[in-house]
Design a binder for this molecule. Structure first.
Ligand SMILES: *Cc1c(COP(=O)(O)O)cnc(C)c1O
Length: 391
């Protein structure tokens, strides 16, 4: 596990503006390059630039100076060689997956994935790309689920909703031996609390709308990987699918990153208190949060996580939609809404009243409620939970 030294480094990366001072006349915040193209002194210069658009400013769908600063920071935070940002997390995820498969290939999904990622993978069936899901985070079980045509293992660790951890070192070693590419969605942990590339994972993707942006005002995504993978990905999935991050969003994301270390420490502090409170509550059957010592993967977390974010779930002892609805509707400090990772605390449930059967099939209790613990005073949040869980 990477410790204080790494965190100290990361803080500097998040805040540093020294690299750009000379380019931007000492501006403490870099300007927003709100232009779609760059002109060149001669045709020859333009021709040269177009040959390697990744490293030259040619057209806004490729590389933009404001956005490029964020990309350099994210690559450095993940300890990766290269990064490209996208218009959304799903754009980054689509690019990563499509770059890694072709017709006839199989994608192995590990345990519960983010809903839209799973829908995308199902949709790829249209192109004769098959998939299967292994509802386990155990390396042995994952190994057994690999098929002869498996080309990608897609994972989230912690997993969606139950926050189980996958041993990243083991899984990437095993995948490498079989020539399978590993892609991880690292949105939950952020690069501050988990650096999957250091464990041998091939591609890291993020939704920047969550902790990275942190203020519920940026939509974006990021993909961090090796120079080799990025080379093909930039020229194909990035330029051709055309989901570039706009410069204005890049500037907001850059602002979000400056407070990322501060925010993550506060999310962690609040979340640990909320999780401990809920764990001792008589109306709660279970709390899913890898920061609790009772969590089945607490030990593994100590090895591969450097901290815990604010997203968790709890299971009501009375596990039905009526009760889930009643508890959620009583909440005041926790607002009802999708997403997470921002200053505000949020609550929702995947129990949509008519899908209890499907939830059970996916190993999820119908009494499950997801909480995104924000940056409010924790006592306000604890009191809100207390009153909403009371009769
Ligand atoms: C939000 C989210 C996504 C999708 O990202 P968008 O920016 O909404 O496209 C993917 N994975 C996880 C874990 C997310 O939370």
């Amino acid at each position: 596990m990477f410790r204080l030294k790494e965190f100290e480094n990361d803080k500097q990366i998040c805040m540093n503006f020294e690299d750009d001072r000379d380019r931007f006349q000492g501006a403490v915040v870099p300007p927003i390059f709100q232009n779609t193209l760059f002109t060149y002194p001669s045709l020859g210069d333009l021709v040269e630039a177009v040959k390697e658009e990744k490293n030259h400013y040619v057209y806004g769908r490729g590389t933009n100076p404001t956005v490029e600063i964020v990309e350099k920071k994210l690559a450095a935070l993940e300890r990766g060689e290269d990064c490209k940002t996208f218009g959304s997390g799903m754009a980054a995820i689509s690019a990563a997956i499509i770059n890694s498969v072709q017709s006839g290939d199989h994608i192995l999904c590990v345990s519960n994935l983010y809903y839209s990622t799973m829908e995308l993978i199902k949709y790829l069936g249209k192109f004769n790309i098959s998939h299967s899901v292994v509802y386990s985070t155990n390396t042995e079980e994952i190994l057994k689920a690999i098929q002869s045509n498996t080309k990608v293992i897609f994972l989230e660790s912690p997993t969606d909703l139950k926050f189980r951890l996958i041993d990243l070192e083991e899984i990437s070693k095993l995948a490498k031996e079989k020539g399978i590419r590993t892609i991880i969605d690292n949105t939950w942990a952020t690069p501050l609390f988990q650096k999957p590339l250091m464990f041998g994972i091939d591609i890291v993707v993020h939704s920047a709308a969550k902790y990275l942006g942190g203020h519920s005002d940026v939509l974006g995504g990021a993909l961090i990987t090796s120079k080799k993978i990025m080379k093909s990905l930039f020229n194909k999935e990035y330029l051709l699918m055309g989901a570039a991050m706009p410069p204005s969003e890049g500037a907001l994301l850059l602002r979000g990153l400056r407070t990322l270390p501060l925010r993550m420490l506060s999310h962690q502090e609040n979340a640990l208190k909320v999780a401990e409170y809920l764990e001792s509550h008589s109306k709660i059957a279970k709390v899913h949060f890898p920061g609790l010592e009772s969590h089945p993967d607490y030990g593994l977390g100590k090895k591969q996580l450097a901290g815990y974010s604010g997203l968790m779930s709890m299971e009501l002892t009375e596990a039905n939609y009526r009760q889930v609805e009643k508890v959620i509707n009583k909440m005041k400090a926790f607002k009802i809404g999708v997403s997470f990772g921002s200053f505000e605390s949020l609550v929702m449930s995947p129990n949509l009243s008519n899908n209890a059967g499907q939830l059970l099939e996916e190993n999820i209790s119908p009494g499950i409620i997801r909480l995104a613990v924000g940056l409010e005073d924790v006592n306000v949040l604890l009191r809100d939970l207390e009153q909403s869980l009371s009769d």
